[in-house]
Design a protein around this ligand. Sequence first.
Ligand code: GLV
Ligand code: MN
Ligand code: MN
Ligand code: MN
Length: 427
Amino acid sequence: SSGASCEFAQLAGAVDADGLRTQIDELATFSDTPAPSVTRILYTENDISARTYIKDSMKSAGLTVREDAIGNIFGRWQGTEETSVVGTGSHVDAIPYAGKYDGVVGVLGAIEAIRALRKVGFTPRRSLEVIMFTSEEPTRFGFGCLGSRAMAGSRNIYEILEGAMDKDNISFTEAARTAGYLKEGEDLKSVAVTNETYSGFVELHIEQGPTLENEGIAIGIITAIAAPASLKVDFKGDGGHAGAVLMPFRNDAGLAAAELAVAVEQHVLASGSIDTVGTTGVMQIHPGAVNSIPREAHLEIDVRDIDEDRRDMVVEKIHQSAKDISNRRNVELQSFDVVNQDPPAQSGATIVEAATSASDELGFKSKHMISRAYHDSLFMSRITPTGMIFIPCHKGYSHRPDEYSSMEDIVRGVQVLALTLAKLSHK
Ligand code: GLV
Ligand code: MN
Ligand code: MN
Ligand code: MN
């Protein structure tokens, strides 16, 4: 059958906005911080509760649920043909004091898209698979997209995870076991999937920027994802008494850190492009007492660009500044670690095409755009043609408690996702 074309006239009415709203609200209650904020950190009790919620939701949508060793959750709607699968999904972990839509819309929305496709009598040729990825956010172990990186078999990821510790010195392995994953005898490498597994992947996500809302456009179709890098830097000085050590005899690690944070901004601004961004999001000094000269300083720096070479040049300049500051201030540069330095991703033409025509056929205005935030799609694009569907979010607010997308916008996104999946399933 033409499959994708016969039933979609009814798709608009098939998405259950109230049901989806209820699920988004219920999932938001699994949080380490009070509403309206949402904090859900990898392998904690609330993360585990959220996982159970997602598995139940998948099951009630008639999906066959399975989990891998790292805790990626897969819900499959078996197609009529044994061939490569169409994937969709996102994450439900949330950084400290985040909102309830980032990631969640792409998981619960995907399950709702499946329900809607069932309602309109759709029959998948290729199987459709909803994926909830483990830890898209970097909160607990310092780098993000653990589940999708591991699926894509990204170089070194398995060794890095085996050596990773959180801030309380709990190892990745121990944390995973606590949550029921990475069981005795299970190997992280088993998470990798072959390039033949998926025929395509599409992720629905809130924009996390203001463009769609400002321009009154319902749907953004992502053509590329900017390249993220993150750095960890440690300075060490001698510290000492804030009254007794005279200025010429100090080597203040806190000032070295402050200077480096300013240098990050300078190097980013000097790149010549508005697309280069840099953030020193973590700056800690030790011992952190008013009458003590900072003896240690720890920084975490995020640098991104759509141009990988330009991003790498900024990273190199930051490294050079760290060495210069260390020499000039006689502060030891204890470590300068590039935690991740990922290439950008280009969307697959087949996915962009399917999402664009889905949007057109449903009568929604869409535009092609890039994603400045990273997503699991950055890694899925390494193993299959990948694309993303963005919906507006209020003022572009994200990673904050007042993040908001209207149900109308979410439902439009779910409809476009459903039709895109239908098309790809019959391709
Ligand atoms: C993802 O959360 C990002 O930091 O872009
Ligand atoms: Mn996020
Ligand atoms: Mn996200
Ligand atoms: Mn994220």
